[in-house]
Design a protein around this ligand. Structure first.
Ligand SMILES: C[S@@+](CC[C@H](N)C(=O)[O-])C[C@H]1O[C@@H](n2cnc3c(N)ncnc32)[C@H](O)[C@@H]1O
Length: 199
């Protein structure tokens, strides 16, 4: 999976679809969560930073964590003296970070992680008291979303009821699903949700 993202990194931002998803996820997120200039935010699976750089001007700091050095190189290239996202190449499932955050956001990365239950336990451990999560991903799909094939795709989207249960079992409260976007192609529609919850 990491190799594929390294190869895709340079052209990642060039199509409209990923830009549109990131914009819609950001708009949905800010309509549901009050981002404050005191907040430290973690973007899980930040990739090239499409979501991170939208959030960065509104908060104290954004750390983008990812497994792909190629994606993070693209993210780092967007840093300027006035707007910065910290890039971190680390598997937080294996090696947790030493700091905690006020919020964890993510767009389209969750379906690449096999053990969703453990992922939310790891998120819980990385949050300050009253911290939030805001995670966007696909609703259940038939495996046709990734036109390049499904290597590294562990979930063909998510069933909202099952995911709610998983998130609650990790200890989160106020789990809410919001319709964020829909990728509409000739062969079908691929709705994307944003799920928010509080520690
Ligand atoms: C589909 S891309 C999305 C990138 C970005 N969030 C966006 O919306 O453009 C998924 C990203 O998640 C990263 N990823 C997958 N598993 C991960 C893990 N366990 N920890 C951190 N990043 C991971 C991949 O390397 C990739 O950059």
């Amino acid at each position: 999976m990491t190799q594929r993202f390294n190869e895709a990194a340079q052209a990642w931002d060039s199509g409209d679809v990923r830009q549109n998803i990131a914009r819609a996820v950001f708009n949905t997120l800010v309509s549901r969560i009050a981002l404050l200039n005191t907040m430290k935010i973690l973007d899980f699976g930040a990739g090239t930073g499409l979501l991170s750089f939208k959030i960065a001007p509104m908060v104290r700091s954004v750390t983008g964590v990812d497994l792909s050095s190629g994606m993070l190189e693209q993210l780092e290239a967007k840093n300027t003296p006035s707007l910065r996202v910290e890039a971190l190449l680390q598997d937080i499932m294996e090696k947790p970070l030493e700091k905690k955050f006020n919020g964890i956001v993510s767009s389209m990365a969750m379906h690449h992680v096999e053990d969703t239950a453990r992922l939310f336990e790891v998120f819980y451990a990385h949050l300050n008291r009253d911290g939030f999560i805001a995670m966007a991903d696909l609703d259940e799909e038939d495996g046709t979303f990734h036109s390049h094939g499904n290597e590294g795709v562990h979930h063909f989207g998510f069933n909202r009821d099952i995911l709610r249960d998983t998130i609650e079992k990790a200890g989160f409260k106020n789990v809410r699903f919001h319709d964020a976007y829909s990728v509409d192609r000739e062969e079908g529609k691929y709705p994307i949700f944003l799920v928010t919850a509080m520690k």
